[in-house]
Design a protein around this ligand. Sequence first.
Ligand SMILES: [Zn+2]
Length: 466
Amino acid sequence: MDAPDPTASAPVDLLVTGAELVVTMDDDRRELAGGWVACRDGFVAAVGSASDATPDAARVVRADGCLVTPGLVNTHHHIYQNLTRAYLPATASTLFDWLTTLYPRWALLDEEASYLSAWVGLAELAMGGCTTSTDHLYVHPAGGGDLLAAEIEAARDLGMRFHPTRGSMSLSRKDGGLPPDSVVQDDDTILAASEEAVARHHDRAPGAMVRVALAPCSPFSVTPDLMRRTAELAERLDVRLHTHLAEDPDEDRFCLDRFGRRPIEHFEDCGWGSDRAWVAHCIYPNEAEVARMGGWGTGVAHCPSSNMMIGGGGIAPVAEYRAAGVPVGLGCDGSASTDCASLWLEARGALLLGRQRGGPTSCTARDALEIGTRGSAACLGRLGELGVLAPGAASDLVAWRLDGLAFAGALTDPVEALLRCGPTRAHHTIVAGRPVIEDGELRATGVGDILARHRLAAARLQGVDL
Ligand SMILES: [Zn+2]
């Protein structure tokens, strides 16, 4: 897509109008009563309030009674894990036990399973108000085919903006790591596949629908050498870096035993302390490490449901991170955590956990919404382009209905109402000016067929007879 021409006078492609309130999340945090958003060529052409004249539009979508926000941006997920949701043999496990139970199941992934899981996962995300999602796909079994290309195809078929990461694992059990041999690759194979994935799929243009990042899985599943070489490759290719970090007390013990350093020290030692990287979870930093993260500008994907599901009381210190200048985004994580991919739910979780940790004045609905929009966009290196509704930004937005039983009586602040009431889901989800969800329904057809095929693929992975 070309950059927008703000002086163009032709009718816009799409006008979303009649909202109760448009929350722009722009640099001035403007909120426009009775507002509207005009979209042209995939970008926001203009925004306005009830007193501003609306432009002519080829198509009008009504948002009466709705709160309109920028589309939510998902900064951490493992979409393929929806093939093993709520897998009973691992539901009462620690993180490490959960992983070792499921690695052999994920070794059965193939292109069909990757496509189906991405289609289901991204459609589910759109229902929850997400317009851009990343995916951390770190299992690439031998003979499984091109899993990354398969999930990118699903995102294209649905019209979702997608930031898949070429994940990797190289430290198997025989070398002192956690995963079995069946799901790891050697460092050279991983680096060659990473470079090829960027060459094939990474779009650097403004408004890009697909961007690829590089993502060794975690300190306990990749070699330090792979971490270092991946950071060098990302620098050379000018793409972003992603990994799990400081997710669990077992990880602290693993890193101290094996590397003689805490996870964030190990991360720094591998050359990752930079604003090119964003990391998932980061629940267990000490005070000095929070400050170092802020100095680097390394982002954190906060995954509230995951914090609670992993358990043990750990909550990412979001307020401290933000005060230290760490970009904090929102993530739903894979089925290790929630088995539910709703960023509305995660934004509500961020609000609740923020208050649980810091008291009633420490986190508002606007804070949580900012994390899921601007904060997430910063994690992906696209602040100003995603997560805001301002001329020139991508025209990704969500209209949320504020009526019905769940919102009755909420009269004084639609933003607080959005995250305190509910449960709810998106009324319209618009990506690059095109509805993916309209009037609460998925626009793509064939859901029944996809679900039937997904059920078969899930049964094959889980070894379940249907
Ligand atoms: Zn994860």
